[in-house]
Design a protein around this ligand. Sequence first.
Ligand code: NI
Length: 182
Amino acid sequence: MSVLPITVYGDRILREKTKPVEKVNDEVIENIRDMFETMRNAQNGIGLAANQVGLDKSIFVIDLSIIEEYEKIKPVVMINPEIISESDELINMEEGCLSLPNMRADVIRPESIRVRYLDTDENIQEIDVDDFYARVILHEYDHLIGKMIPDRVVSEIKKKLQKDLLRIMKREIEVPYPITER
Ligand code: NI
């Protein structure tokens, strides 16, 4: 297992749609282990998508157990996830992202969703989730389609983020975990 450098805003792979995983082979299992290790090494990491460690694969990992209300939720791996349905009800929540160090922004997203994915045994799973859990899945799913927080905020907030985004791209930031070089 290894801690991999995390890609940050401006890295091209974060803007590209990831490829579906065809077979959950040893390499994919190793990738998933590295993703968990990288996420846990980063402060407060609760979700990480494959392209955040430079892998062009449709996979994300989530571990909410550091959040008080969710400590009993087991870590989950979602391979080739699809959002099957979204509630009409929307909620606003502040989000952060390991690829956007030191940045937080309010994002409006559906309150609940149904998601279908492949687990590591290649079984199709379908679950209904809401609130914070749904939020994290939608955020990670966005990574797999090349979207990030700045694409999901209202234009007024996006304007305010510009300076900080530039700083991230230029690596003019202190980050407590390894990130890619410019
Ligand atoms: Ni993120």
